[in-house]
Design a protein around this ligand. Sequence first.
Ligand SMILES: *[C@@H]1O[C@H](CO)[C@@H](O)[C@H](O)[C@H]1NC(C)=O
Ligand SMILES: *[C@@H]1O[C@H](CO)[C@@H](O)[C@H](O)[C@H]1NC(C)=O
Ligand SMILES: *[C@@H]1O[C@H](CO)[C@@H](O)[C@H](O)[C@H]1NC(C)=O
Length: 444
Amino acid sequence: MRSYQLVGAAALLVKAASVAQGLADSPVDCSLKSAPKRPFSDADVANIRKYFEANLDVQGSGMVVASPDHALHYDYAWTRDGALCMHALQLTTKNLTAIEGKMDSWMSWVERSLDEPDPNAGTIALNEPKFTIPDGKPYTGPWCRPQNDGPGLRAITLMAYAHTRKEAVRQRAWTVVERELDWIVANYTSNGCDLWEEVQSNDFFWVRYTMRKALYQGSVFAETIANDIRRAASYKKKADEITQNLSRHITNDGWVFESENRKVDTAVIEAFNVGDMDDGMFAPLSHEVVRTLAELSRAFCGAFQLNQETAKADMPGVLFGRYPGDSYFGGNPWILLSASAATLLYRQAKALSNGATIEPATETVLEGLLGQKVAVSSLLGGGDAILNLVRKYLTNGMHMNEQIDRKSGELRSATDLTWNYANVLKAMHVRDSVSDLIPATVVV
Ligand SMILES: *[C@@H]1O[C@H](CO)[C@@H](O)[C@H](O)[C@H]1NC(C)=O
Ligand SMILES: *[C@@H]1O[C@H](CO)[C@@H](O)[C@H](O)[C@H]1NC(C)=O
Ligand SMILES: *[C@@H]1O[C@H](CO)[C@@H](O)[C@H](O)[C@H]1NC(C)=O
């Protein structure tokens, strides 16, 4: 996420190190073949939740700290991370009354931030990526900006919250959502930085697919909450337009690329999870989603010595990084993305158990990835293989740094990354909803 801050000598050093890490032997195929084995106990999940919540509503500001790591300069509020984490909080909480305080505080912060004066002129842009805590001022140092995923992600989280609350909260949410979505309608094809803050494009899959969801949900919200028929129609029209163009992100080989200048990228898997609306577009068992997962798994299996050692030891599991050739902190597996891949496998298990069908050609690809026949239990086992491998490298209780060293397996980069906790909690949430559906004898 933060390689933008690595400049000059530090960046060169990291690059040299990653070049020197070539693999001596020819790569061995990784496998996800595993029986289901719940990767985190209830006690583990409770700890993860504790570390997660500690990074929300920091000092009562409503803001989410990306990581408390001050030495690495992660102790800021990123628009994207905050929206994703507050959405994860709602998804993974049974008693919504218990999180009302945190959600209200976050909503107040979003309201405040949109009217924050810009250091240059007017109020700040809706696509400003990063703010200081606790004063809520836009970060003024050099940065990769703007980042156009913020408005859609914030709107999705606010709408999810509004649906669980009373009329007054809904009206407040609408006031913000309307601005976010009007911004998307006017500006969705504008240039911006990717979620890793490295490359620029006006057409990232991550940005477009999540905007699409915000607009479709917003269309219903506009009609039902605000009785604003004109906006409802305009949001739907833009969402339809984005939908049409999204198919241009599918390669001739059938997998989905992030952008022309950064094709192979696990951001796409995170997008499949975050942007899905259960409407058949990039459904978990569709050919392009399965092909993308297989493609990325193959790429990272060969790229990381840690994955190769796992495969050579006949152990299941693959750790996922951001993209092949990453050099930030040496270019390592990321916990949040490994959790995202596991979540996708769990969602595939859920879809299958709900009766989704799978094309024969797609089934062949998935069978190759799983190393066994496609079934609810083998898909659960595949996700478990990934998360059990992550767990193996957690050496400080359930504390999770951003990355796991590609060679040594040591925890690397920022400590207690909030997005990690969000994604592991979401993975376990989906997993538990599936394992509840199948006979206890099949699930460990
Ligand atoms: C839900 O949380 C609220 C606030 O923390 C608490 O008062 C209430 O007892 C909880 N309800 C249940 C069913 O646990
Ligand atoms: C679109 O972006 C421009 C430039 O940042 C901004 O001035 C404008 O207000 C945005 N449009 C809407 C409707 O928010
Ligand atoms: C949509 O795709 C067409 C080509 O199929 C392209 O010309 C157009 O610029 C795209 N529009 C957007 C908004 O990306």
